[in-house]
Design a protein. Structure first.
Length: 176
């Protein structure tokens, strides 16, 4: 007798219910979703489900070039059964939130990253890339000396002008 494989948290979160009315297929795995919920949170999904696209009438819609776990985690952030993101996948999830136009998920991820013990330079890099102002402010607050900032100065050169300006303000506020 073979054992039935355990259903992952990702698949169980997006199992079919009487409230789901669409299926998104990622890496061959099905995510049962509610079109209205996704449409309310995402202009991308609103266009997909309600625009003049062939996907509007499809029972299953393929989502390409995404990792299944990252995508399921992303969608769960606007879902009643949220999946806690993994810190190491945060940048990928933020990239998906940007691609699929899910600002509520971006906000969730920003607050999540503020609460983590991620290295401050990694927080700065992610905050700069995705224009997360609260995370930038938080990460800058972790720097307690000019020496600490100057020791990372090479990494700051690739940051946006806006982030660099905030960094210079922080430098001005710090005592030698």
């Amino acid at each position: 007798m073979s054992a039935t494989p355990a259903v992952s948290i990702y698949e169980s979160t997006f199992a079919p219910t009487d409230k789901t009315d669409a299926i998104l297929v990622v890496e061959g795995k099905k995510l049962h979703v509610n079109k209205t919920l996704l449409s309310c949170h995402s202009d991308y999904f609103n266009s997909l489900f309600n625009g003049d696209f062939k996907e509007k009438s499809m029972t299953e819609i393929q989502i390409k070039d995404v990792d299944f776990e990252d995508f399921a985690t992303l969608l769960s952030l606007i879902h009643p059964k949220q999946i806690t993101p993994r810190e190491v996948r945060a940048a990928n999830i933020l990239g998906l939130a940007e691609r699929f136009l899910l600002p509520a998920a971006t906000n969730y991820m920003e607050l999540f990253l503020i609460s983590t013990n991620m290295r401050k330079m990694d927080k700065m890099r992610i905050a700069d890339k995705y224009r997360l102002n609260l995370l930038i402010k938080h990460a800058l607050s972790l720097y307690i000396s000019r020496t600490e900032i100057f020791s990372n100065s090479r990494e700051f050169t690739n940051f946006s002008e806006t982030t660099k300006a905030k960094l210079y303000e922080k430098l001005a506020d710090l005592k030698c």
